[in-house]
Design a protein around this ligand. Sequence first.
Ligand SMILES: [Fe+2]
Ligand SMILES: [Fe+2]
Length: 239
Amino acid sequence: MKAAPDERNVLLISHADGGDGIVLAKALASLPKQEPGSARAKELDMNLSSFPLITSMIRMDHTHVMAAFHRYHAETSWPRKRAIVELVCTALEIHAQLEEEIFYPALGEAMAGDERLTKSKPEHDKMREDIAKLRAMGPEDAAYDARFMQLMRTVMHHVADEETVLLPAAERALASQLSDLGLRMTKRRIQLVAQHRPGAIAANTVGTFPLASLALVSIGALALARCLRSSFAHRGSRT
Ligand SMILES: [Fe+2]
Ligand SMILES: [Fe+2]
């Protein structure tokens, strides 16, 4: 018997713990809209209320990028260098976009006028400049290693600022919103990963760095997969 679309999605989500953003994006799109205030909507809200905090997701992204960076050595083969660089660059681009679309605006509202917020966007722009220069080169270029180290210095400086200043401030100022923001960030991340996946991620990273590619989808996607699984299972038990 042919499985219904939702059932197929449940099966696919079962394998989504491997970090497949496309599968999660499809599952998310097929989740029916809930009537506000309905018992089903309340149940889904309860499932999502313990969603990972946005600040935890940001810290985990930082950790994964650093882990990928530490795989890069001067003697690493050219194809592997290129794969590591592409993974790091893509992960950084997605991470920066998520922060700019979701985290910084929420923080800006809660901490309006705080000058600690003013450095972040220019630092992202500097990072994007470094990424563009790196992508214009190949690993055979004598300056490739130095250029990647420059990118990582920029990133480490920025991450240190975020982890010592912005994230603790966010945990005080946005305490009750951190879980909701984590869910929003996860949904958006899944869209962005799915957009990038046909190119850089699928070609260069998934096979070579399964653990690191997982970081592109993150703990939030795994939590969302569990919520969706529970939602589809619930619908199946009622039909
Ligand atoms: Fe960050
Ligand atoms: Fe940032």
